[in-house]
Write a protein that binds this ligand. Structure first.
Ligand SMILES: *Cc1c(COP(=O)(O)O)cnc(C)c1O
Length: 387
């Protein structure tokens, strides 16, 4: 059997060797608590401050605008609930987002609703792009926070975050973006886009699971969700995970350094994979293929099949893919993202997401090109559909 093929980088990525090497001393001799005043503490503090500087630099931000968190989910919750709880005191009454967000945003928005917020969902087109007229109608000055993800994790759609952030700002509305799938995949900077808050997760870019960073623009405030010490400017109390922060800094730095060399290769492989599958499967539908798309995501549905059977058949042949958001795998419900962009149920239940990354080579693409159509034919025969 050939080597297994991992095409699920949007779910998680392997920790990079450079990242592991950078964090290792902090599980050994450099174990100090960064809040301690002795030499062990000072050593940890210096490493943490340095990590914060480097994450900031990777985002075009300043160190005082960065707080480390446990990951993307926590950043998203802090952004939404932290803004809502602060701004409801100032008379704001609504929160706005899109129907294609990650569950971390949708569930946090829903929680804000339980706390009295009016929840408004922006209309999106068939590729998931936010409709301008909907934005203008819903993002009014009574909104506490508007959150639009930069890159969609299921279909790869890239939103015009710079333009949306400007429009929100012109109405006096705070703007957050979940950039977990954008960072390291497309160029982005706090210098060129006017978002107020941004979420980042380590394990999608070669750092370990359980570390993330939230960017909060200078002059913007959120209420903390936890209470304790003054670590991370009080935004996120608790003794910092120094090793993981160092890891995130190294991974973020590498992602930015390599963006221009690596992403064109990833995009070329993704486009090749798409072209070959479309040629071999003329009735296949590639979701959001007409929209600006991040380089690493391909989401394809072939009528007459279903995601779960395809994922199992692929796995048996050594190929790891997903049906969309990892949290939904195992469930038969079609993806909320595909539903929101108007994909018919028959196609939505057949979606297979392939996400490329550091483990992807042209040989992986070739393998899937050979294998996928054969598995589709088999699935269709089993389902009684003539192919
Ligand atoms: C993975 C992901 C998250 C959640 O990040 P965690 O670090 O796993 O909590 C949030 N948003 C998007 C778009 C993601 O892909």
């Amino acid at each position: 059997m050939p080597a297994p093929v991992y095409l699920d980088h949007a779910a998680t990525t392997p920790v990079r060797a450079e990242v592991l090497a950078a964090m290792e001393p902090f599980y050994g001799p450099k174990f100090g608590n960064p809040s301690s005043i002795h030499r062990w503490g000072r050593e940890a503090r210096a490493a943490l401050d340095d990590a914060r500087e480097r994450v900031a630099a990777a985002l075009g931000a300043s160190a005082d605008e960065i707080a480390f968190t446990s990951g993307g989910t926590e950043c998203d919750n802090l952004a939404i609930l932290g803004s809502w709880r602060l701004l409801r005191e100032k008379g704001k009454r609504a929160v706005v987002t899109t129907p294609i967000e990650h569950k971390a945003i949708l569930a946090a928005m829903h929680h804000a609703h339980h706390e009295g917020a009016e929840e408004r969902l922006l209309a999106v087109d068939g590729s998931g792009l936010v409709r301008e007229e909907s934005f203008d109608a819903l993002v009014r000055d009574d909104v506490a926070i508007c959150s639009v993800m930069w890159v969609n994790n299921e279909i790869g759609t890239v939103q015009p975050i710079g333009a949306l952030a400007e429009r929100a700002k012109s109405r006096g509305v705070l703007f957050h973006t979940d950039a977990v799938q954008a960072f390291g995949h497309i160029p982005l900077s706090a210098k060129t886009a006017a978002f107020d808050i941004l979420s980042l997760s380590g394990h999608k870019i070669g750092a370990p699971k359980g570390i993330g960073a939230i960017y909060i623009r200078r002059g913007t405030f959120v209420e903390p969700l936890q209470f304790g010490g003054s670590q991370n400017r009080g935004v996120r109390p608790g003794t910092e995970n120094v090793a993981a922060a160092v890891a995130l800094a190294r991974a973020a730095e590498l992602a930015v350094e390599e963006l221009e060399t690596e992403m064109p290769k990833i995009r070329a492989m993704r486009d090749e994979l798409q072209r070959e599958l479309e040629t071999r499967l003329p009735d296949a539908v590639v979701h959001a293929s007409g929209a600006p798309r991040a380089p690493h995501i391909l989401n394809i549905s072939v009528p007459g099949t279903d995601s779960e059977s395809m994922l199992m058949a692929l796995d048996m042949s050594g190929v790891a893919c997903s049906s969309g958001s990892a949290c939904q795998s195992g469930a038969v419900d079609p993806s909320h993202v595909l539903e929101a962009i108007g994909v018919p149920r028959e196609l939505a239940i057949a979606a297979v997401r392939m996400s490329l990354g550091s483990l992807t080579t042209p040989a992986c693409v070739e393998r899937v090109v050979q294998l996928f159509p054969a598995l589709i034919s088999k699935a269709r025969r089993l389902a009684g559909v003539v192919s």
